[in-house]
Write a protein that binds this ligand. Structure first.
Ligand code: G6P
Length: 367
C-alpha cells in the first residue's frame, strides 16, 4: 500500500505511536490558538436549546461515545442517551424533535451506525457526526461533520482514531457547556489548557513500555482477563478488553469496578489477572477499595494509574504502570494509550496476525 510502517513491525504499533500527533492535530482544528477557546464549525442549531443528545456507534467508537456521554453530562449538563448502533436502530426510542443525534465512526461507512442515523433523522434530530473519513456515506447524510485528524488507520483494531474522537468530543462538550452558560470563561481556559497539554503528556506514556511488557507477559499466559474501571475509566476498561480480544484472542471482560461484587468476583483467582484503570481523582479511593477486595481473594492486579495514584497502589498491585498525572477531565484520553499498548504487546507474545486479526474487518458495511 501507499502508507508504510515507517520501521515499525505492524501498523498497529505505528498507529499507537501516532497518538500524540493525532490528538494535537485534532485539537488544532477546534481550538483557536490566540484565544485558547473552542471554535466549532457553524451548527445549523443552537447547542443552548438542545433538549437531549443521543449517542450511537459501534466497537471502539462506541466506547469513545461513552466517554463523550460523561463529558456532555458533567461539563455541558446535557441529558444523554447512548446505545450501540445495532441496538439503537431497532429500539425506536421516543426522541424530542430538535435533539442532537451524535454518531461516531472512524470509517463513516458502518452499516448499523448509518441505519441508526437514518432513524434519528426520521425523528427530526440534528445529526452531528464525529468521523475520520470525511468523504463517507455518514458524512454525506450528516448536518455537521466534526473531523478527527487521525489520518488513515490501517490496523483493523482501532487505536489512534479513538483518542482523536475523544479530542473532538471533549471540545464539543466544552463548547456546549459555554453556550448553555454552565462553563465559565475561566473554566473553559482550564479545560482547554488540560487538552492542549495532552500531546506532550501522551508522548511520555511510551516511557512505560517496559512495565507494560511485564504486564503483557502475565496476560499472555491467561485464558481469561477481567478489566475494571469506574466513571470515565469504565469505557477505558471496555476498550482495553475489546482490544485484547481482537488482537490476542484471549477472552477479556470489562466491568464497572463497583459492579464486580455482583458477579465477576466469583471468577477471581490466580489464573484470572485483573487489569484496572485507576487514575487519581474523585473515584480513586472507590476503585482502590474494589482492588483491595480482589487482592484479598487472590487476584493478580495489574494497574494503570498516574504518578499521583501510584504510591497507594504499589502495596497491593503486582505491576503498576504510572503515566503522567493530568486533570480528571482528560485522564481517560491518556489512560487509553497504555491499555491499547498492552493488547499489542500481548498479541506479539501470542504471535497473532496483529494488523489483520481473524474474522474481523476494518469497516463493517453489512448488517
Ligand atoms: C469494526 C472495527 C472496529 C471499529 C468498528 C466501528 O468492528 O474492527 O475497530 O471500532 O468497526 O467502525 P467505525 O469505522 O464505525 O468506527
Amino acid at each position: 500500500g501507499a502508507i508504510g510502517k515507517d520501521g515499525y513491525r505492524h501498523y498497529m504499533e505505528k498507529e499507537l505511536h501516532e497518538h500524540p500527533v493525532v490528538i494535537g492535530q485534532t485539537l488544532q482544528r477546534l481550538i483557536d490558538p490566540a484565544t485558547r477557546r473552542v471554535v466549532l464549525p457553524d451548527l445549523p442549531f443552537d447547542l443552548a436549546s438542545v433538549p437531549r443528545a443521543v449517542i450511537t456507534a459501534c466497537g471502539s467508537a462506541f466506547y469513545a461515545g461513552m466517554i463523550g456521554r460523561y463529558w456532555l453530562e458533567s461539563v455541558a449538563r446535557i441529558p444523554v442517551d447512548i446505545d450501540v448502533a445495532s441496538e439503537m436502530r431497532y429500539r425506536d426510542p421516543p426522541l424530542t424533535p430538535g435533539g442532537m443525534g451524535l454518531l461516531i465512526s472512524q470509517s463513516g461507512e458502518t452499516a448499523d451506525t448509518l441505519a441508526a442515523l437514518r432513524g434519528m433523522r426520521a425523528h427530526r434530530q440534528h445529526i452531528v457526526s464525529v468521523l475520520n473519513v470525511e468523504q463517507s456515506t455518514i458524512a454525506r447524510e450528516s448536518d455537521v461533520v466534526l473531523g478527527t485528524a487521525a489520518g488513515p488507520e490501517i490496523s483493523v483494531a482501532s487505536t489512534k482514531a479513538f483518542t482523536a474522537q475523544l479530542s473532538v468530543l471533549a471540545c464539543l462538550a466544552i463548547a456546549a457547556g459555554r453556550r448553555r452558560g454552565v462553563v465559565s470563561p475561566d473554566q473553559e481556559q482550564a479545560l482547554v489548557a488540560s487538552l492542549l497539554d495532552l500531546p506532550s503528556r501522551a508522548g511520555e506514556v511510551f516511557d512505560q513500555a517496559d512495565a507494560i511488557r511485564r504486564m503483557a507477559a502475565v496476560i499472555a499466559g491467561a485464558r481469561d482477563v477481567l478489566y475494571l474501571g469506574r466513571g470515565s475509566s469504565f469505557p477505558v476498561a471496555l476498550e482495553g478488553a475489546l482490544k485484547l480480544k481482537e488482537v490476542s484472542y484471549i477472552h477479556a471482560e470489562a466491568y464497572a469496578a463497583g459492579e464486580m461484587k455482583h458477579g465477576p468476583i466469583s471468577l477471581i483467582d490466580q489464573t484470572v489477572p485483573i487489569v484496572a484503570t485507576a487514575p487519581s481523582g474523585r473515584l480513586f479511593e472507590k476503585t482502590l477499595s474494589n482492588l483491595q477486595e480482589a487482592r484479598a481473594r487472590g487476584g493478580r492486579l495489574l494497574v494503570f494509574t498516574d504518578t499521583q495514584g501510584a504510591e497507594r497502589l504499589r502495596g497491593i498491585a503486582e505491576i503498576v504502570v504510572a503515566i503522567p498525572t493530568v486533570d480528571e477531565f482528560t485522564a481517560p484520553v491518556l489512560q487509553t494509550i497504555p491499555v491499547q499498548m498492552l493488547a499489542y504487546e500481548v498479541a506479539l507474545l501470542k504471535g497473532t496476525d496483529v494488523d489483520q486479526p481473524r474474522n474481523l474487518a476494518k469497516s463493517v458495511t453489512v448488517e
